[in-house]
Design a binder for this molecule. Structure first.
Ligand code: SF4
Ligand code: SF4
Length: 183
């Protein structure tokens, strides 16, 4: 069994490679569907404008993990600008490798690939660094306290943030002081 299948087989408490493979395929379909719905709705929303209002609870849930969209109403213009900028950067290939539609959502990087730099003194925490969020001028980055307003929400887990970093190029691009690649 491959790593992903072993992981799923363990979670589902099955020894059957076939069942694990089937479960993984079903999950991949779910992940692809969730991403396509998000991308489609975001494109519809930012192109039409009115779509953002019609789907406000969904956007609130996707970005902030909270259906109470009225709490984030003031962030609409910033998020629209951010969506256009990110779409342009994705198309330019600035984020490479791009997150595959079939990739599992993640809330931490793949620790088979990366480790915390021994020179980093804050353990798991990013402390008050915020270099990566500042570099892309992310509107979810609270400048006053450095917190991420979308931490562990759908967008965070299904796209780049929850799985960062995945390679040396990313670490260099953000000048991240915390992560290094495993030898
Ligand atoms: S650049 Fe690295 S240390 Fe700084 S906030 Fe981002 S992940 Fe954390
Ligand atoms: S971690 Fe949060 S604030 Fe930073 S780039 Fe990702 S979504 Fe934006």
């Amino acid at each position: 069994m491959k790593f992903a299948e072993i992981h799923i087989a363990t979670a589902a408490k099955t020894d059957s490679a076939f069942q694990a493979s089937l479960l993984l395929s079903l999950r991949k379909i779910k992940w692809v569907g969730a991403r396509l719905i998000f991308i489609g709705c975001t494109a519809f929303g930012v192109i039409t404008g009115v779509g953002l209002y019609l789907m406000a609870p969904f956007f609130s849930y996707w970005f902030f993990g909270d259906l109470r969209f009225w709490k984030y109403a003031g962030m609409g213009p910033k998020l629209i600008g951010y969506a256009y900028t990110m779409a342009y950067r994705y198309l330019k290939g600035e984020f490479s490798p791009q997150v595959s539609l079939t990739a599992p959502p993640m809330s931490k990087p793949d620790l088979r690939l990366v480790q915390i730099n021994s020179a980093w003194k804050n353990g798991d925490s990013c402390a008050d660094c915020g270099k990566c969020c500042t570099k892309i001028d992310c509107p979810l980055h609270e400048k006053t306290n450095g917190h991420c307003m979308g931490y562990d929400a759908f967008y965070w887990r299904y796209f780049n943030c929850g799985r960062y970093p995945t390679n040396q190029k990313e670490i260099d691009w953000y000048a991240c002081p915390k992560w290094i690649m495993k030898p």
